[in-house]
Design a protein around this ligand. Structure first.
Ligand SMILES: NC(=O)c1ccc[n+]([C@@H]2O[C@H](COP(=O)([O-])OP(=O)(O)OC[C@H]3O[C@@H](n4cnc5c(N)ncnc54)[C@H](OP(=O)(O)O)[C@@H]3O)[C@@H](O)[C@H]2O)c1
Length: 266
């Protein structure tokens, strides 16, 4: 991805801001689910700065969506924010057709929206199980399904946001881990089924400090101590991996890339 850049490194240390500055997504149209805040917002803004036109969805974060849209447009690219309940197929279908009516083409779909819940195995209700699966696996399937014709035309890409929890059995997150494992498998099935026109990959974060009032500060601290790299990840770590797949050759497909500071090696 850095091939077109002329690197002028100050030292031998890897500078990710330099790498990011080299990404060129001009003339690309991107759809990101759950893009109003946290990791989705970081991905949306980085792609806007790389020159892409950005459509993103939100569900409850209407104010954050307005702010994110402003920041996207400040990068000099077009943006579009769309309210969508990803548990509802009709809402998904409308959202995808509004995106295509507005921008006409689609090069990149990022299935970022997700639900994370902590609950003891025996206390998870059937309703909680279904809600987590609806957002974390069914929605990426349905959004992808409605985007396939446009993505095929443009030889596009799909990037799913999975989780280290899709690879490791976290006992207080049975529904979350099972749903993310499903998403990792869906990535592989779609990669095979949508080749050769569409490349499909997955970024699976470990524990990421997404900033603001994090909902799990103690968990974040505890996991950081257990992580070989001795810290939680930051949004830029995830953005960097997403940018890699966004700009990688089509030959790279069906991959799940964990971004976890080595936590999964334990
Ligand atoms: N942060 C981490 O440490 C971490 C670790 C592993 C994996 N991940 C994965 O990376 C992705 C982004 O992480 P994050 O922490 O930024 O996620 P997040 O804040 O938990 O959720 C991202 C967005 O999902 C949207 N969403 C939830 N339910 C929805 C629904 N029914 N319909 C439409 N949108 C819905 C929310 O939109 P609104 O705010 O508009 O309601 C939210 O902003 C997720 O898939 C997550 O599972 C994150």
């Amino acid at each position: 991805m850095a091939a077109a850049c002329s690197p002028k490194p100050q030292s031998l240390a890897i500078d990710s801001s330099f790498t990011m500055a080299c990404v060129n997504l001009k003339n690309k149209t991107v759809l990101i689910t759950g893009g109003a805040r946290r990791l989705g917002k970081a991905i949306a803004l980085a792609m806007a700065q790389a020159g892409a036109t950005i459509a993103f969805t939100y569900a409850t974060s209407a104010n954050e969506a307005k702010q994110t849209l402003k920041e996207i447009e400040r990068s000099g690219v077009q943006g579009l924010s769309l309210k969508c309940d990803l548990r509802d197929e009709k809402s998904i279908r409308q959202m995808v057709s509004q995106t295509l009516e507005h921008f006409r083409t689609l090069d990149l779909l990022i299935n970022n929206a997700g639900v994370f819940q902590t609950a003891k195995l025996e206390e998870i209700t059937a309703e909680q199980w279904d809600q987590v699966f609806a957002v974390n696996v069914r929605a990426p399937f349905l959004v992808s399904k409605y985007c396939i014709p446009a993505l095929r035309k443009g030889r596009g890409k799909i990037i799913n946001l999975g989780s280290l929890g899709g690879e490791k059995p976290w006992s207080t997150h049975a529904h979350y881990c099972s749903s993310k494992a499903g998403l990792h498998m869906l990535t592989q099935v779609m990669a095979k089924g949508l080749a050769p026109e569409i490349a499909v990959n997955c970024v699976a974060p470990g524990m990421i400090d997404a900033g603001g009032a994090d909902r799990y500060p103690e968990l974040l601290q505890r996991v950081a101590e257990q992580t070989p790299m001795k810290k939680a990840g930051i949004p830029e770590d995830v953005v960097s991996a997403v940018m890699y797949f966004a700009t990688a050759p089509h030959f790279i497909t069906g991959q799940v890339l964990t971004v976890d500071g080595g936590l999964g090696l334990r």
